[in-house]
Write a protein that binds this ligand. Structure first.
Ligand code: SF4
Length: 342
């Protein structure tokens, strides 16, 4: 099936198109693609090359996203495609986010999965959620706008694992049909975003997360700590305080370790001590649930009652060893409400 025409763009007289899906606002000459690599101008029309194409499709533990307060211990249908509108130097998934010409040529030959196929497929695998993940799902917003309502109508919950760089208009069509917004806050400030991702998208990411909160989405935040880049106590405290103040102190914050990858091969893997310090800063800043990720820290991924200290969900890696919140959102020992869907 040929790629469908994109939405959210305008065409100039010289057949250049201006994509308006995200704030990059790429001006794309005829025959070329935008910065995300998957939106292509052909003869003055913009096409969404990855519409319905999911080269990365898996049934994963939802803990892997990571989401710890959203159907914990369950499996999820994970759909991943190609392309990303951020170019993070340390990207841990670069073969999908920055596809080469061979990957792009290959994906154009693969079969598409129409939006109405997703829910039955998820049902077949008895999962309660469908997650768009692995690459940046928002570069394929046309598909999301079609698929998310159908998935919800089938009684399943919808999730985006995203870096959050998108324009208000498409986001406004997505949020009413989204149950969970798993957002990366990669660091503090537009200058940092410019240096790490190639675009000063920080304010947009924070603003879009506020819109997701207003739309009633469950939110979990990830900050992937890069040694010497975004792990100063000042920056970590700034992120944690913003989450607590703007998204709410109950919002889970995952501080995760990174390792040398992509264009940042000279960094050292994030030391466990840095992750522990980030957790301390997060809790001191008022957050109630701070998790340690990509590193083996005993109790680092357990869900603990903020009031009485009881362990509510015990985890090891992506596995849930014990879940005392099944079917209830309250601590069984003291009755305190725990944010999320259980
Ligand atoms: S979605 Fe892609 S093509 Fe469109 S403005 Fe953003 S990076 Fe450019």
């Amino acid at each position: 099936m040929p790629a469908p025409e994109a939405r959210w763009y305008s065409t100039r007289e010289d057949a250049h198109v201006r994509c308006q899906l995200c704030p990059r606002a790429c001006l794309i000459p005829d025959g070329a693609s935008g910065a995300c690599r998957v939106r292509k101008n052909e003869g003055g029309r913009l096409y969404a090359l990855t519409w319905g194409r999911f080269p990365a499709l898996a049934i994963d533990p939802i803990e892997k996203k990571p989401l710890y307060h959203f159907f914990p211990g369950s499996d999820t249908l994970s759909l991943g495609s190609l392309g990303c509108n951020m170019h993070c130097l340390h990207c841990q998934n670069v073969s999908l986010s920055e596809p080469d010409i061979f990957a792009l040529a290959h994906i154009e030959q693969t079969k598409t999965m129409p939006p109405e196929f997703i829910a039955p497929f998820a049902r077949q695998h008895s999962v309660p959620t469908v997650v768009w993940t692995y690459n940046e799902p928002l570069v394929n917003a046309e598909y999301l706008v079609s698929a998310l309502p159908l998935v919800q109508q089938a009684g399943l919950a919808t999730v985006l694992v995203t870096a959050g760089l998108v324009s208000p208009e498409p986001l406004g069509e997505i949020l009413p049909h989204l149950d969970a917004w798993r957002i990366d806050i990669k660091g503090w400030g537009d200058e940092f975003y410019q240096r790490l991702t190639g675009f000063p998208g920080w304010k947009t990411v924070l603003g879009n997360s506020l819109l997701a909160r207003e739309a009633g989405c469950h939110i979990e935040v990830v900050t992937n700590l890069i040694d010497g880049w975004n792990d100063s106590p000042e920056d970590l405290a700034a992120i944690a305080r913003w989450i607590a103040r703007e998204l709410g102190p109950e919002t889970p914050w995952h501080v995760t370790a990174s390792h040398p990858a992509a264009h940042l091969t000279s960094i050292r893997p994030t030391p466990p001590a840095t992750i522990l310090e980030a957790r301390r800063i997060g809790l001191e800043s008022g957050l109630k649930h701070v998790y340690c990720g990509n590193v083996d820290i005993p109790d680092g991924s357990d869900t603990v009652c903020p009031d009485c200290g009881a362990i509510l969900i015990r985890r090891r890696g992506f596995a849930v060893l014990e879940n005392r919140l099944t079917g209830s959102a309250a601590c069984p020992d003291c009755g305190r409400r725990i944010i999320g869907r259980f």
